[in-house]
Ligand binder design. Structure first.
Ligand code: HEM
Ligand SMILES: CC(C)=CCC/C(C)=C/CC/C(C)=C/COP(=O)(O)OP(=O)(O)O
Length: 304
């Protein structure tokens, strides 16, 4: 088995731990786990059992980290060609393929085991399907093949609140599906805003992202279209009386700002604006899910 730079130098230290942590894409996984935890709290009327929340959170987080590590392993040669990703541990030779695989197997195995034993089999199977969806279907097959890669692959990224819901109730429900749809519709504007200002990176790496295959204008139009779809979907929690005024007022403001970004990108494009829109997409999803939670415990109902 090939050894990495750090391992060859003989210090299994904090430096190596930091490289392993980087393989799990901790910032993306934090928001994924956050959405899963909100799904857990929304699934029950009062407070869910703390032990169950802890086991489900750790289990889902470990499997998400494992999926990210597999993505880093598979894409290391692509990552080496992109400015944004070339400093990752594998392209820099800081960790070996073997240790990345062992890390992913350990995290994934432990996470799935925790979910099966301490949560419920349904959550374990759904999390395994999510893992396969991202680490194999999206990473290996869709990403190099079609500009619709993130629309289809986004189904995996949209699963966390469904996993959280299943973890608390042992079943699915229309509310869980609404939460899924919110993230599913959010993913295209989230990713295409980034792909717009990173288009040269993607072209250099030979990846068929929308700005590379169909140009900047077409991508901006799709950001706008999906933003409108997203905004329509964010009304569903209120339309189904799952959420009330606290959520509605928050989502109207958050949606308004997202539409402003999408329209501004259409009217006059700059990389700086696309970067701000991407950053806003992350703030948007975090605050939207936070608003769902606050509303759940401060229900001021909307009556029809
Ligand atoms: C297939 C679906 C998705 C694609 C293709 C995608 C793509 C990306 C890309 C390329 C980045 C830049 C990462 C970097 O610069 O290292 C990013 C960042 C980010 N994404 Fe996504 N994303 C997806 C789904 C999600 C989901 C579901 C979440 C959370 C619920 C999420 C949360 C984030 C966060 C928090 C960041 C910022 C990370 C940082 O600051 O380092 N993404 N995304
Ligand atoms: C619960 C569970 C198993 C979740 C797994 C799903 C998961 C980790 C989704 C994350 C989405 C993500 C990091 C996309 C990055 O896109 P990319 O991989 O194209 O970005 P890159 O170019 O930065 O590698």
């Amino acid at each position: 088995m090939a050894t990495s730079n750090i391992q060859r130098d003989g210090y299994f230290s904090l430096a190596l731990l930091k490289e392993f942590l980087a393989l799990t894409k901790p910032r993306v996984v934090s928001l994924i786990v956050f959405c899963a935890v909100i799904g857990m709290f929304l699934a029950v009327p009062g407070l869910p059992p703390a032990g169950l929340v802890l086991a489900a959170t750790v289990g889902i987080g470990l499997v998400a980290g494992a999926a990210a590590a597999i993505n880093c392993l598979v894409e290391q040669h692509i990552d080496a060609r992109m400015a944004r990703t070339r400093a990752r541990p594998l392209p820099r030779g800081q960790v070996s393929n073997g240790s990345t695989l062992v890390l992913a197997a350990a995290l994934g195995g432990m996470g799935l085991w925790m979910l099966y034993v301490w949560v419920n089999p349904l959550t374990m199977w759904l999390t395994l399907a999510t893992f396969v969806g991202y680490a194999i279907v999206y990473t290996v097959f869709l990403k190099p093949a079609t500009p619709q890669n993130i629309v289809i692959g986004g189904a995996s990224g949209a699963m966390p609140p469904v996993l959280g819901w299943a973890a608390m109730t042992g079943q699915l429900s229309h509310e869980a599906i609404i939460l899924f749809l919110i993230i599913f519709a959010w993913t295209p504007p989230h990713f295409w805003a980034l792909a717009l200002y990173r288009r040269d990176d993607y072209a250099r790496a030979g990846l068929p992202m929308l700005p590379v295959t169909h140009g900047e204008w077409f991508t901006r139009l799709h950001v706008l279209l999906y933003t409108f779809i997203l905004c329509a979907i964010t009304i569903l929690p209120v339309a189904t009386q799952m959420s009330g005024w606290v959520y509605l007022s928050s989502t109207l403001i958050l949606d308004g700002v997202f539409i402003w970004y999408a329209v501004s990108l259409m009217r006059s494009y700059s990389d700086q604006l696309a970067r701000s829109a991407f950053r806003y997409s992350i703030l948007y999803l975090s605050l939207l899910f936070a608003a769902l939670l606050v509303d759940h415990y401060l229900p001021i109902g909307v009556r029809w």
